[in-house]
Design a protein around this ligand. Structure first.
Ligand SMILES: Cc1ncc(COP(=O)(O)O)c(C=O)c1O
Length: 433
């Protein structure tokens, strides 16, 4: 199966090329093209101040002589005519949300596809994290990584929990298990690690620590769709795992997310929590919120799932091309996998060492001048944002590995329909900054 091109789709996330190739095929698509151009205009005038680092609304991109801007990612979309019948069905039935048939079907298909016991679909990973944390009945402090998208810690603050930042492992950039125990206090109730870039954490070590200290573990697995280690899904570790299906992720439902758990009773509790805490028409059993995925998003997910393997193969090829092309470039380190037997190639981070001729930021700017827009995921560290930096655990001297990574990382464009000629151009530019 071929990964379908999606050059006729609108670009709500601003991650795709604003103008598309080829002629519109009907008036609706012509309208979408006009909207694309409108988005492109907005993108051109907005500054790099788009601080939503992992939801790249804009990178201040402008078209260059080298062609249309290439963003760090471009949302994958299936052919519209495959989605249309499902949308028509929604229009006929008027079942728009509240755990409708597409919602139920997608939960089942994802269980099979991912190899996990329970899937609770949510409207995004941030609410899924908040719901998941609530379901575990946590209090006090939660140990987490500063090297992630800000939603990881924001979910803790929304839940009235205090993040305790622990440094990352220099090899994987995931939470370093060797440093976790020093951070445990009588107030610690859980660990919230992140499978950063989709590379699994040291799950055995983390789970052993959690067992020893009777802590819960909730993995932020926003990047880890489809990742397997030792023959099983990485989502099967810990008490819960949370996936993101945001537009920028390897499997997207425009916006969306899911909580993975083993226990059907936990899934039932989560289903109530994501529906305001309702347990039947007149009973409310907890302070829930509205975290439900709509039928529209679920329908889209069902069609996307048919393309996920083809998209994965394309990502794998691009990952291999970068690795081969950058192997000999002095001062450039490509992040290795961390023991997964199925990777998902969600991101392509490189780390620039002191022997690279120019700084990370200078390379970032040079690439942008060429119309290539990488991202400095994850810079700044979460611990450096105003609502976190006064925490004792946020002090830079406690987080030297994460701080160094944040200063040297650049995530290069990777998405299924990224042209290999562009990958070659990016490699050449990095080799000759
Ligand atoms: C590590 C991580 N956690 C959480 C989120 C939040 O996901 P969502 O946008 O689905 O709320 C993201 C990115 O979007 C992420 O990268």
């Amino acid at each position: 199966m071929q990964a379908a091109p999606h050059n006729s789709a609108p670009d709500p996330d601003g991650t795709s090329e604003p103008a598309s190739q080829g002629a519109p095929i009907d008036p609706a698509l012509a309208t979408l093209r006009r909207l694309e151009q409108e988005f492109a205009r907005i993108l051109d005038t907005s500054a790099e101040s788009s601080a939503a680092a992992d939801n790249p609304v804009s990178d201040g991109a402008s078209e260059t002589t080298a062609g249309e801007p290439i963003f760090v990612t471009r949302p994958f979309l299936p052919p519209f005519d495959e989605v249309e019948p499902l949308l028509r069905r929604i229009w006929q039935t008027r079942v728009l949300t509240n755990g409708g048939p597409y919602h139920r079907e997608l939960e089942g298909r994802l269980r099979d596809h991912l190899g996990v016991p329970q899937v609770a679909l949510c409207n995004n990973a941030t609410t899924a994290l908040i719901v998941g944390l609530r379901s575990l009945g946590l209090s006090g402090e939660v140990i987490t990584t500063p090297y992630s998208f800000v939603a990881t810690s924001h979910a803790l603050l929304w839940s009235g929990l205090t993040p305790v930042f622990v440094d990352v492992d220099p090899r994987t950039l995931n939470l370093d298990p060797a440093r976790i125990e020093d951070a445990i206090t009588p107030r610690t109730s859980a660990i919230l690690p992140v499978h950063c870039y989709g590379h699994p954490c040291d799950v055995e070590a983390i789970d052993a620590i959690a067992r020893r200290h009777r802590l819960k573990v909730i993995y932020d697995a926003a990047h880890a769709f489809g990742v397997r280690r030792k023959g099983r899904s990485v989502l099967n570790y810990g008490d819960l795992s949370v996936l993101s299906f945001h537009a920028t992720k390897v499997f997207n439902t425009f916006e969306g997310g899911a909580i993975i758990c083993a226990d059907p009773a936990r899934k039932d509790q989560i289903d109530k929590l994501k529906n305001f805490g309702h347990d039947g028409e007149t009973s409310v059993v907890d302070v829930g919120l509205n975290g439900k995925m709509s039928e529209m998003n679920a329908a889209l997910g069902l069609v996307q799932l048919n393309y996920v393997d083809a998209a994965h193969a394309r990502r794998q090829a691009i990952d291999a091309a970068y690795r081969e092309g950058l192997r000999q470039v002095r001062g450039v380190r490509c992040l290795e996998d961390s023991g997964e037997d199925t990777a998902n190639y969600a991101y392509f981070p490189i780390l620039l060492g002191p022997d690279y001729p120019i700084s990370r930021d200078a390379l970032n700017e040079a690439l942008k001048r060429d119309g290539i827009h990488p991202r400095r995921y994850f810079y700044p560290l979460i611990s450096e944002y105003p609502m976190y930096r006064t925490l004792p655990s946020a002090r830079r001297e406690h987080l030297p590995v994460a701080a160094a990574a944040a200063e040297s990382v650049l995530c290069l464009p990777i998405y299924p329909d990224l042209d290999e000629a562009i990958v070659a151009r990016i490699i050449r530019r990095i080799a000759n900054p």
